[in-house]
Design a protein around this ligand. Structure first.
Ligand SMILES: *[C@@H]1O[C@H](CO)[C@@H](O)[C@H](O)[C@H]1NC(C)=O
Ligand SMILES: *[C@@H]1O[C@H](CO)[C@@H](O)[C@H](O)[C@H]1NC(C)=O
Length: 326
């Protein structure tokens, strides 16, 4: 990664101590069993219809010591399940953590019959606003978006200028679909031809794509030897026997870019990625160069899911960042 040799004001944390490498061993479980959570669904009125958003909250939002964190999962079209390690922050940092399944998959309303153009960034921003209002946290909250979730988080900041947004964490997210495509195309070259073919097929043939994606992901997506059930759950929600590919195959984010609008991200922002991430450094660099108040940490033994691969260290970095001057 040649970008690392350039002299940007990047704060690169080289995380190499064995103690930091929490993700690959016994701690690769799902949520901490000791942290209480509540779950349910929120009615989401949208253009004359009412849908439901599933949520799961760790920690106590009502009697909180710290600003709550809302987690935006990736995809588009995955579910919150694979992000569940972030719930550690509820006990390691006493930060309430709100997960939800974005509309169209998981335990939120499925809408297989909707036309492709029903799905939009605006829809998912409206769903997020509705969720913030439901929990009465619209006046004070943090956002952490992973991959596509980071795109949603940056759009929310730029387009809605939410007064209550205190800090934004952009994890493993490209600044545009074009950069993302470039990054994946590069990494694909390291794969056997049949895997490349499978990746090119995409959701036109979900089973072929899934088979290839698993091989690719084992190198650049999540390098845990034993993939946890919570991680698998989000992918089975798309590729499993009852999987729903509706949102994942909707085209709304295909030509997405925020590159020209990045200076409008005025909230303090933490960038995170892995050293061998699908979101290579060059896809995140526009954020680093354009956001006025920004820090960047790269997890040296991680790929696209450092919250699994270097779990304890990830929580330390995010917890410290969110609590500073909180
Ligand atoms: C990080 O990965 C390198 C290369 O695989 C390995 O040598 C090193 O021990 C790892 N560090 C930790 C803390 O596990
Ligand atoms: C998750 O899926 C992988 C195959 O992709 C499998 O090897 C692994 O055992 C699964 N994990 C669990 C906990 O079921």
């Amino acid at each position: 990664m040649t970008q690392k040799t350039r002299s940007w004001k990047r704060i690169l944390s080289v995380l190499t101590s064995a103690a930091c490498f929490g993700g690959n061993g016994a701690s690769a479980s799902s949520a901490s069993p000791t942290t209480p959570f509540t779950e349910g669904t929120i009615p989401f009125p949208y253009h004359g219809e009412t849908f439901h958003t599933y949520y799961k909250v760790f920690g106590d939002i009502q009697n909180r010591a710290h600003t709550p964190l809302v987690v935006l999962h990736g995809g588009p079209g995955l579910t919150h399940d694979y992000m569940i390690p972030i719930s550690d922050l509820a006990h390691t940092a006493n930060i309430p953590v709100v997960f939800y399944d974005q509309l169209g998959n998981g335990r939120s309303t499925h809408l297989r019959e909707k036309p492709a153009d029903f799905w939009s960034v605006e829809l998912f921003m409206d769903e997020l606003s509705n969720l913030l209002n439901h929990f009465s946290i619209q006046d004070s909250f943090h956002l952490l978006g992973h991959s596509w979730g980071g795109e949603l988080g940056t759009e929310f900041e730029v387009q809605r200028k939410p007064k209550g947004l205190k800090k934004l964490v952009i994890s493993d997210t490209p600044a545009s679909s074009a950069l993302w495509g470039q990054s994946l195309a590069q990494l694909m070259q390291t794969m056997p031809q049949d895997v490349q073919d499978g990746l090119m097929v995409g959701l036109a043939d979900p089973q072929k794509y899934w088979a290839a994606l698993q091989v690719f992901s084992a190198v650049y997506g999540c390098t845990l030897k034993h993939l946890p059930a919570a991680y698998n759950a989000s992918f089975l929600a798309i590729f499993g026997p009852h999987g729903d590919t509706t949102v994942a195959s909707a085209p709304f984010s295909n030509d997405w870019t925020i590159v020209d609008r990045i200076p409008q991200i005025t909230v303090p922002t933490l960038l995170l990625n892995g050293h061998r991430d699908m979101a290579q450094d060059f896809v995140m660099e526009p954020f680093f160069k354009g956001i006025p108040d920004v820090k960047w940490t790269t997890f040296m033994n991680s790929t696209h899911t450092p919250f699994w691969e270097e779990r304890a260290r990830y929580m330390e970095v995010v917890g410290d960042y969110l609590k500073k001057t909180d």
